[in-house]
Design a protein around this ligand. Structure first.
Ligand SMILES: Cc1ncc(COP(=O)(O)O)c(C=O)c1O
Length: 422
């Protein structure tokens, strides 16, 4: 029987000693009521919460779980490296191996730098774009998330206008808006940030229009500015290369995080020779940026990416998941849109302006052992089996049935409503 007594007790303790009880993207404050905050273990496709409830996990740690939690080959590589050295006075040879490997796999890359989180890579990209020709203006699509640094965090607290003084916003996929933003930057254009596709929260996802992407490349070239693709979220779930390689547009810089070490803490900024001198001038570092074990994890993850059908398998599973859910929704009289690549689907209901149907559905699925998100894109992983999918659809079928019966009493989330009003 599902229960969350231990999770509730942990939340009470956390509220005393952790600001807000929990912060950032893994805070469950925006999730439906009763979603577990604390987890004790994970293996393959499944996560176990503090009360011992097990879920088939479609959030994958918000991305990092690409090959299955605790993938043995990756964990063995970590253990081998840890037995030698991890964090040390200098990096290991594995850093050079890893840079060579990424340069070999990502078509536009001539070099790589390593750090810990996605936000480290986007910050470095911003700095390199400015260091490149000493220009200041950086273009960003409205509502695109590139990390929690002051220049891009979605919440206003602690941010001053000067943090964003030289940023110019435009609408994703709108070639004219992009051209207007470039015009506004004038001869001060340092760089253009591009999301591989539009993957904002609470919104249907949109794939990039090839003409828009080509325009971004052309305008960056015409103004001697750098084009940056932020592949932190979508990296290696769309291609075995930079995601924009699928539409034939090569950036100068691309940002990688999340999946790189299959959950081990490592991220990377890669770039071409045009950006190399600027990249070697900026001062960026961190106490753990050169740790060898996550690099060993990344090398092994990349080997599996190259040598297996992990991507095609995830695409197949993601397509079956999407088709199954949409079919079930229709059977129970709901309109459901699942948009974006099959490996990173977002699920939004028709006629659900305050998300009460989505919230009710995800809560019902969670209590039946399937962890979904009602407002954020989800993530497929390569460990997913036909059995997982059958179990998932059994649970979601029951969840649809439950919310169909209680549809009239579904309530919007007060927290979400307040946030949307703000
Ligand atoms: C597109 C994108 N860029 C950057 C980031 C920041 O990554 P991190 O949370 O690892 O700092 C994220 C995180 O979700 C992301 O989705």
């Amino acid at each position: 029987m599902w229960s969350n007594a231990k999770d509730k007790a942990l939340r009470e303790r956390a509220a005393e000693v952790i600001p807000g009880g929990m912060y950032g993207h893994q805070s469950t404050i925006l999730m439906p009521d009763d979603f577990p905050q604390f987890f004790t273990r994970a293996e393959g496709t499944r996560i176990t919460d503090a009360d011992g409830n097990v879920y088939i996990d479609y959030m994958c740690a918000y991305g990092p779980n690409l090959l299955g939690y605790g993938r043995p080959e990756v964990m063995e590589a970590v253990a081998r490296q840890q037995a030698l050295v991890d964090t040390c006075t200098g990096p290991g040879p594995v850093m050079v191996d890893l840079a060579e490997t990424l340069v070999g796999m990502i078509s536009h890359a001539d070099w790589a730098m390593f750090c810990k989180n996605g936000a480290d890579t986007t910050m470095m990209a911003l700095m390199i774009a400015r260091a490149y020709r000493g220009k200041r203006k950086v273009l960003i699509a409205k509502n695109a998330y590139h990390g929690s640094m002051p220049w891009n965090t979605p919440r206003p607290a602690g941010v001053v206008a000067e943090d964003r003084a030289h940023l110019i916003y435009f609408d994703y996929n709108d070639t004219q808006a992009l051209a207007d933003a470039v015009k506004e930057a004038g001869d001060d254009l340092a760089g253009i940030f591009a999301a591989p596709f539009r993957h904002d929260t609470f919104t249907d996802q949109t794939l990039p229009d090839a003409e828009y992407a080509r325009t971004a490349r052309r305008l960056a070239d015409e103004h001697d500015a750098l084009l940056i693709v932020d592949d932190v979220r979508a990296g290696f779930r769309v291609a075995r290369d930079c995601s924009w390689e699928t539409i034939g547009v090569r950036p100068d810089l691309s940002c990688w995080g999340k999946i790189l070490g299959n959950g081990q803490p490592i991220s990377s900024l890669v770039g071409n020779n045009r950006a190399k001198a600027a990249a070697s001038q900026i001062f960026v570092t961190g106490s753990f940026w050169f740790s060898a074990a996550p690099m060993a994890a990344a090398l092994e993850t990349l080997r599996i990416i190259r040598e297996t059908d992990y991507l095609e398998h995830m695409q197949k599973m993601g397509t079956a998941f999407r088709d199954g859910l949409v079919r079930q929704a229709a059977d129970f009289g709901f309109g459901l849109r699942i948009t974006g690549p099959a490996t990173l689907p977002i699920m939004l209901f028709d006629d659900d302006p305050d998300f009460r149907i989505g919230y009710g559905f995800c809560q019902a699925a969670m209590k039946r052992g399937v962890y979904l998100s009602p407002y954020h894109n989800m993530f497929m992983n390569a460990a997913m089996t036909d059995n997982d999918l059958t179990e998932t659809l059994d649970a979601t079928g029951a969840a649809f049935e439950a919310i169909k019966e209680s549809r009239a009493s579904l309530k919007p989330s007060a927290v979400l409503a307040a946030l949307m009003d703000a």
